[in-house]
Design a protein around this ligand. Structure first.
Ligand SMILES: NC(=O)c1ccc[n+]([C@@H]2O[C@H](COP(=O)([O-])OP(=O)(O)OC[C@H]3O[C@@H](n4cnc5c(N)ncnc54)[C@H](OP(=O)(O)O)[C@@H]3O)[C@@H](O)[C@H]2O)c1
Length: 299
């Protein structure tokens, strides 16, 4: 096997150990498979043993499924001690904070418990996991790679909870990058645009559940906006990039001599982030509302 920098890797040698959260599907799964192929020792975070077994069928025996729910403190502690025991004093070269969910709905009526759940998984969970694995990252001067989104720079209606989580992750990533600088522990953010993964169908299922809990007034006020958004999003997702494209960015962030602080993935993400920087807020609002076919004036 040949490593990313051209070195030959023998059977027992690896490029170092990496933990990836949320590796049961989509970007996490693609990253786990890609890093395993390159010769990393991957600890792949999953929540169901069956997902670990499925992943193992697609990888070398080097990959270890790791039960890890990022919202469950006991699960995080157990996962960190499993990895620590397996690595002894060697340490981790990377932690990929990838696990995520999408909560959507009108902020006026969104049950606060659902907003909490969104932030618990996509924000608090990322930091809780990072705290648990930092001692191991220190041992190998490893890197933290957070999977953000272009929606960490541009917010859209009815997806406020998700956008808030990715905006928050941007801030935490910047703070962490500066805090860990004295120890040369790099912290990078990956900002994908639309990627074809199961998250879209899961998001629709979650939204339907939230929607069913909302009062009739919410339905009267927001159902046409919801239908327009679902229609626009279902068109958007057809042009998504593959999860493997994001996996490549993860590899770059992990293996580059001098990693970038941000890796934007996809032309759509590049355009959205650029627009968020150059357009006045009101004009950006107008464009987004038009794009999603949403009313600009009160109903
Ligand atoms: N797809 C896109 O268009 C896109 C764009 C930008 C950014 N992203 C980000 O990319 C990341 C991966 O998303 P994806 O698109 O690959 O979606 P996905 O296929 O749905 O993967 C999400 C992963 O997160 C896991 N997860 C959910 N809740 C968890 C929890 N409490 N603890 C541990 N793991 C949990 C899921 O595990 P289970 O199978 O057990 O639920 C799954 O493995 C997310 O952070 C997402 O926000 C996605």
């Amino acid at each position: 096997m040949i490593s990313t920098d051209g070195r030959k890797i023998s059977g027992k040698q690896t490029l170092g150990a990496v933990v990836i959260t949320g590796a049961s599907s989509g970007i996490g799964e693609a990253s786990a498979i890609c890093l395993d192929k390159l010769g990393y020792q991957v600890f792949a975070g999953i929540r169901k043993n069956t997902d670990g077994e499925q992943l193992r069928r697609k990888t070398s025996a080097r990959l270890t499924p790791l039960l890890l729910d990022v919202t469950d403190e006991a699960s995080i502690i157990a996962a960190a001690s499993t990895v620590s025991a397996a690595l002894n004093t060697v340490g981790l070269v990377g932690l990929v904070n990838n696990a995520g969910i999408t909560v959507a709905g009108p902020l006026e009526f969104l049950p606060v418990a659902d907003l909490r759940k969104q932030l618990e998984v996509n924000v608090i969970g990322q930091i809780a996991v990072t705290q648990a694995f930092l001692p191991l990252l220190r041992n190998a001067q490893g890197r933290v790679i957070n999977i953000g989104s272009d929606l960490g720079k541009i917010s859209t209606p009815l997806r406020g909870p998700y956008c808030a989580s990715k905006f928050a992750l941007e801030a935490l990533t910047d703070a962490l990058r500066m805090e860990l600088r004295p120890w040369s522990i790099e912290v990078c953010m990956i900002q994908p645009g639309i990627i074809t993964t199961p998250i879209w169908d899961k998001s629709i299922a979650l939204s339907e559940d939230i929607w069913s809990k909302l009062p009739p007034q919410a339905h009267n006020l927001y159902s046409s906006a919801l239908s327009a958004t679902i229609h626009a999003v279902s068109k958007l997702r057809k042009n998504g990039s593959s999860a493997e494209v994001v996996a490549k960015a993860v590899v770059q962030a992990l293996s580059a001599k001098k990693p970038k602080s941000r890796y934007v993935v996809g032309l759509d993400a590049q355009i959205n982030i650029w627009l968020s920087k150059i357009l006045p807020t009101r004009l950006l609002d107008k464009l987004i509302l038009q794009y999603f076919g949403l009313p600009e004036n009160p109903l």
